[in-house]
Ligand binder design. Structure first.
Ligand code: ATP
Ligand code: MG
Ligand code: MG
Length: 349
């Protein structure tokens, strides 16, 4: 059978490994950190840094196709890997989504709405951007942000100096604050033959910058539900994308506004594990392995809830609830803000 190489050994890599295994495929994880969650289920693990050219080469030669669970893989590592094996989703998707400035420019060029934004390099460009965009606004690092890290809210121009200091010299982007009613996301898949399949949009609630719950179906008008799926397909086609992508959207009276895209399986798609015949992880493995896509139709209403840090203590109680599917990541040390697992609560239809 063939072997899927997966960059990154966190919970997403772990669930991708499980999906590969169910399809009779092998998985090989590349991860710099020791004892990665995915290492407990993968067939093989390479523990090495992203600047270890020899390890990257050996890893690429040992697999048939390469995919990843996170988008911040250094360009030099991608050059080495990509010279040896195909990488799916492709380089263009990574280039666009690694940087919030490139990402928003790409989305606007596609005709999609984003928050107003400006490139920030210093105090002068920040005050000019604030004069233009207004407050409230959010200053974000262009790269490497996740779970709301690397962001500073600017409620009035007085906050500008502190917000810029929070960026610690990293390139940043200012975004106008979007007055949304709620947040939704579309998990979309595209196969090598160009066929696209989108999961039903989920409604996302964040707590302390971290995804807390995803509920399907999301509250959307029929028009917005269709817009969400069409705009996701447009993004995938424009990137000649192969694999699963998460598209985060703000719902406003003026339509859907794209917040960000993630070129990988997505936390807000975990509900698919218990709401669909073929979940996002299997769908992603199918796509990168050159298989046809499976059936992503939602057969149940689901509420996905993340178990963050000491939420793990609730597992014994959750285990007594027969409508609740439990997914734990096998992480040994519990830390505040760390994703330890999630549950999918099924609402029978
Ligand atoms: P993730 O973990 O999803 O990758 P992230 O660190 O990349 O998160 P964003 O998704 O950009 O951060 O922002 C986190 C949350 O902050 C959003 O889900 C939304 O609730 C809020 N937010 C971000 N940008 C804006 C904006 N321009 N206007 C209003 N709210 C925003
Ligand atoms: Mg993000
Ligand atoms: Mg986000």
């Amino acid at each position: 059978g063939s072997t899927i190489g997966i960059i990154g050994g966190g919970q997403l890599g772990r669930m991708l490994s499980v999906a590969a295994s169910r399809l009779g495929l092998k998985s090989h994880i590349f991860e710099p950190g020791a004892n990665p969650p995915a290492g407990q289920v993968a067939d093989q693990v390479t523990t090495a840094a992203y600047d270890d050219a020899d390890a990257l080469k050996r890893f690429a030669e040992a697999v048939d196709v390469i995919t990843y669970e996170f988008e911040n893989i250094p360009t030099e590592a991608l050059d080495i890997l990509g010279a040896i094996r195909p990488i799916h989703p492709g380089r263009e998707a990574l280039r666009v989504s690694q940087d919030r400035l490139t990402e928003k420019t790409f989305l606007n060029d596609l005709g999609l709405q984003t928050a107003p934004f400006a490139d920030i390099t210093d105090a002068d460009s920040l005050s000019a951007a604030l004069a233009d965009i207004g407050t409230p606004a959010i200053l974000k690092t262009r790269r490497f942000g996740y779970d709301g890290k690397g962001q500073a809210r600017i409620m009035s121009p007085d906050d500008a100096e502190k917000a810029l200091a929070d960026m610690a010299g990293a390139p940043a982007i200012l975004e106008g604050f979007v007055d949304f009613s709620h947040e939704v996301s579309v998990i979309a898949a595209r196969a090598a033959d160009g066929s696209v399949s989108c999961y039903d949009p989920g409604e996302n609630v964040h707590k302390d910058g971290i995804l807390d719950t995803t509920t399907v179906p999301a509250r959307l008008t029929p028009g917005h539900r269709q817009d969400a799926v069409l705009l996701a397909a447009k993004i995938l086609n424009a990137l000649d994308y192969v694999g699963v992508m998460g598209v985060e959207l703000f719902v406003t009276p003026k339509g859907l506004i794209v917040n960000e895209i993630a070129p990988r399986v997505h936390n807000s798609g975990h509900w698919t594990q218990n709401g669909c015949a073929v979940d996002q992880f299997e769908q992603h493995i199918r796509a990168v392995a050159g298989w046809p896509l499976g059936d992503g139709q939602r057969h149940s209403d689901v509420v996905m809830e993340n178990l963050i840090g000491h939420d793990l203590d609730r597992v014994p109680e959750l285990a007594t609830q027969p409508d609740t599917a439990i997914h734990l990541y096998g992480k040994a040390d519990v830390k505040a803000g760390r994703k330890m697992g999630h549950v999918n609560r099924i609402v029978r239809k």
